[in-house]
Design a protein around this ligand. Structure first.
Ligand code: SF4
Length: 254
């Protein structure tokens, strides 16, 4: 049985579903002051950027392209959804075509993406809604919205939650927001930058700790790191560029 770091009680209360966490997740790093966490975050982001070079992760510059890409990616593997997206885009180069295409045609196009009926219905619903709101199936009007208004609009669309909305804001609208996914939350938590795995809390805390100009670099490099090294199970701490900053890693190696 692995030992558990002593943590302040408030922090430990913030750990969700502790009974279902695996033994690696039971090694809780000590929380530091806000000033220290900001410093550690900046150093960590610089190291991650030097290691992974801020990969683009195949995201799209057009906001509606990115939304479709995200809808196809939810709950499926990357090879599958990237292939399906390329097929959809080659058949439907103008998203206004979604208004006239029969649902069955859209379903057939995304058959191998999984949940194809559900995804096709959402694509159709979103096309109808954008056409009602903007007179065209496009999200270009959001370039004129401020961050809060654009995020709120995106989250009002079916199938678009906070993470997806922030990805569209960051990748396609060039906003300095910080989407939190499972990898970026895990890395932040293990480094002791945030006090919880709970994504809504990580979202709030990281937005304070990571300055706007470093948010893109944190997001894309933490995803790369979470996939390659800081995996949920059996993290490769001995190969990690963050090991000297990471209590979890040092404890895990013992
Ligand atoms: S040292 Fe281990 S736990 Fe810490 S960030 Fe690196 S891989 Fe993750």
């Amino acid at each position: 049985m692995m030992s558990i770091f002593l943590v302040d009680s408030l922090w430990s209360l913030n750990v969700p579903n502790l009974g279902r966490q695996n033994e690696y997740q039971l090694i809780l790093p000590r929380i530091h002051s806000l000033r220290t966490r900001k410093k550690r975050a900046a150093i960590s982001i610089a190291r991650l950027k030097a290691r992974y070079h801020s990969p683009t992760l195949n995201n799209k510059s057009d906001p509606l392209d990115e939304l479709v890409f995200i809808l196809l990616s939810q709950m499926t593997n990357s090879v599958s959804y990237e292939r399906v997206y390329d097929r959809v885009k080659s058949v439907i180069p103008d998203w206004n075509q979604l208004l006239k295409l029969p649902l069955s045609t859209i379903e057939n196009l995304i058959l191998d993406a999984g949940l194809f009926r559900h995804r096709a219905t959402r694509l159709k619903q979103i096309a109808v809604r954008l056409n009602q709101d903007f007179g065209t199936v496009s999200l270009d009007s959001l370039f004129d919205y401020d961050d809060e208004r654009a995020q709120s609009y995106l989250m009002s669309l079916p199938g678009i939650g906070m993470k997806s909305a922030k990805c569209i804001l960051m990748y396609s609208l060039g906003r300095q927001v910080l989407p939190v996914d499972t990898h970026s939350a895990r890395v932040a938590y293990r480094l002791g930058l945030v006090a919880s795995y709970e994504h809504s809390l990580v979202d709030k805390e990281l937005s304070v700790i990571v300055p706007p100009e470093l948010r893109f670099d944190y997001h894309v490099n933490a995803i790369a790191h979470g996939r390659a090294i800081c995996r949920a199970r059996r993290p490769r701490c001995e190969r990690c560029v963050l090991l000297s900053l990471c209590q979890f890693g040092r404890k895990f190696k013992q």
